[in-house]
Design a protein around this ligand. Structure first.
Ligand code: AMP
Ligand code: MG
Length: 489
């Protein structure tokens, strides 16, 4: 187990040529205090949990004091934002401290988000607010608990320093941990500048460190694009199956490892609504829940364009065209698991589609319904009133139930066996917006961090029953229905 001073820094990304990044020193943050610390993430770094109790812990995770061995850089990238290409973005407020190699030989990048201005800040202040830092911290833990690929978060450090957004808020820094923070936009920046040599260099870097099995392949760049495509399709299928909307699927927020990256105005759907828009600034609904699968493909096409100097056009076209089938198959598989039926093929959507349509019509709580479906009794003549009563059109539910029961009986599992499988794929708990908001307000108003830690302990195992958290399954109360989250954070 490591102390803060003995983390095994390797600084891989910083060792790429200067054109890929800028060396920066974090801007000191006054009177920092530790808000929360995630021991599961510390374990990835072999970091001893007692280190979080040190008086200087917060100084290290603001960058006020530099961790020994770290060579901090901000990463350059571009991106398509709401469909429009922006030539230069880059980490405007994030600073990569470097990658740490753990005792299992894994390499984890450590990044301070909100650590001050960088050469890529444009007109921004380089800071992040406490509210959005808490949301990112909790959601990355929630996604990991749900088994969805995501960047992780080690800790949040707060400060009294004021930050001006729509109102005055206080600054905070969340320390993110991921094997890589490289984005689709990291390729785009070089492609559009005509620096094709760097497109190849970045691909080589990713293959060396993250896709080493591709190294010996003659068509390794095509294989890289194919693997990113598969991972992205599967990631978005997982988002759809759990009812998650990212909110800002710009290409600069898309990970080349197929992980959920850059939490901003994300939202877990409560009442099922395919047109759900979690980002208050997304007036056109470009990133609405039901658009995410298409946007995934749109973004991959942008990546393929950026990789066109190294991936032949025909191959790129075939890879991008394969996305739809990969997504659909994975999504239907996940939804079959939520229904507790054995996956047979895409035709199983005929069981899922009508159910979703009824759920939309009746605005049924997505998470609670699928969790409750585990209690469905498949015997002839069962009414399943607890489920049925959630629908406006009960006859439609009855008709669907007849098909569903028949299918369950064909599959041949007992109701008890089926429920135990379903409970492993349909969570009891998600990070409802209002749950995060309660935790945020406790910190903002009373400097009470306890609710964050409670949520963290719950969300790491969202499939367990946790009877002491029964209230946390309740859909948003009236005060929280109009909570708005936007890009400005
Ligand atoms: P985001 O919407 O957070 O993914 O950010 C989009 C771009 O704006 C990225 O290049 C960020 O680095 C930059 N950015 C966002 N917020 C700030 C900020 N407060 N200060 C400087 N740059 C920012
Ligand atoms: Mg971003």
């Amino acid at each position: 187990m490591n102390k803060l001073e003995s983390l095994n820094f390797k600084n891989r990304f910083a060792s790429l040529p200067e054109i890929f990044h800028s060396q920066v020193i974090p801007t000191p943050l006054s009177r920092p205090y530790l808000v929360s610390f995630n021991p599961d993430v510390a374990a990835l770094l072999d970091l001893h949990v007692d280190e979080a109790g040190r008086a200087d812990f917060a100084a290290y995770f603001t960058g006020n004091r530099l961790l020994p061995g770290s060579v901090p850089v901000s990463m350059l990238y571009a991106g398509h934002q709401f469909g429009r290409f922006v030539q230069q973005l880059g980490d405007g407020r994030a600073i990569l401290l470097g990658e740490i190699e753990n005792s299992d030989g894994e390499s984890w990048g450590l990044q301070l988000k909100g650590a001050g201005v960088t050469p890529y800040s444009r007109s921004g202040d380089g800071r992040a607010v406490l509210r959005s830092s808490i949301r990112e911290y909790l959601c990355s833990a929630a996604m990991h608990g749900l088994g969805i690929p995501t960047t992780r978060a080690l800790c949040i450090v707060g400060s009294d320093e004021e930050v001006y957004r729509e109102s005055i808020e206080t600054a905070a820094i969340v320390t993110r941990v991921a094997e890589s923070f490289v984005r689709f936009g990291s390729f785009e920046v070089f492609y559009y500048r005509g620096q094709h040599q760097q497109v190849a260099e970045l691909a080589d870097f990713l293959i060396l460190h993250h896709y080493p099995h591709l190294q010996q392949m003659e068509d390794r760049y095509s294989c890289l694009l194919r693997e990113i495509t598969v991972r992205t399709a599967r990631l978005i299928a997982q988002w759809q199956a759990v009812g998650f909307a990212h909110g800002v699927m710009n290409t600069d927020n898309m990970s080349v490892l197929g992980e959920t990256l850059d939490y901003g105005p994300f939202g877990f759907m409560e009442a099922y609504d395919p047109s759900f828009i979690c980002n208050h600034s997304d007036h056109g609904g470009r990133y609405a829940y039901d658009q995410q699968p298409y946007i995934g493909q749109w973004n991959l096409s942008a990546l393929a364009q950026a990789m066109s100097p190294i991936v032949p056009q025909q191959e790129a076209g075939d890879i991008i065209a394969s996305y739809g089938d990969i997504f659909a198959e994975h999504y239907v598989q996940l939804m079959c698991a939520k229904l507790g039926v054995k996956f047979r093929g895409l035709e199983d959507f005929s069981l899922i589609g009508p159910l979703l349509e009824m759920m939309r019509e009746s605005r049924v709580d997505y998470t609670n319904f699928f969790r409750g479906l585990g209690n469905f009794k498949s015997a002839d003549g069962e009414i399943n009133a607890m489920l049925r009563d959630q629908f406006i059109n009960r006859e439609a539910f009855d008709a669907w139930s007849v098909n569903y029961s028949a299918r369950l009986r064909e599959d041949g599992l007992s109701d008890v066996q089926r429920k135990s499988g379903m409970d492993k794929v349909s969570p009891k708990f998600i990070l409802r917006n209002y749950l995060a908001q309660v935790a945020i307000e406790k910190v903002e108003k009373h400097r009470d961090f306890s609710e964050i830690d409670r949520l963290l302990s719950l969300l790491r195992s969202p499939f367990d029953e946790h009877p002491e958290f029964a209230g946390y399954t309740i859909p948003a109360p009236a005060w929280a229905r109009n909570l708005e989250v936007s890009c400005s954070s």
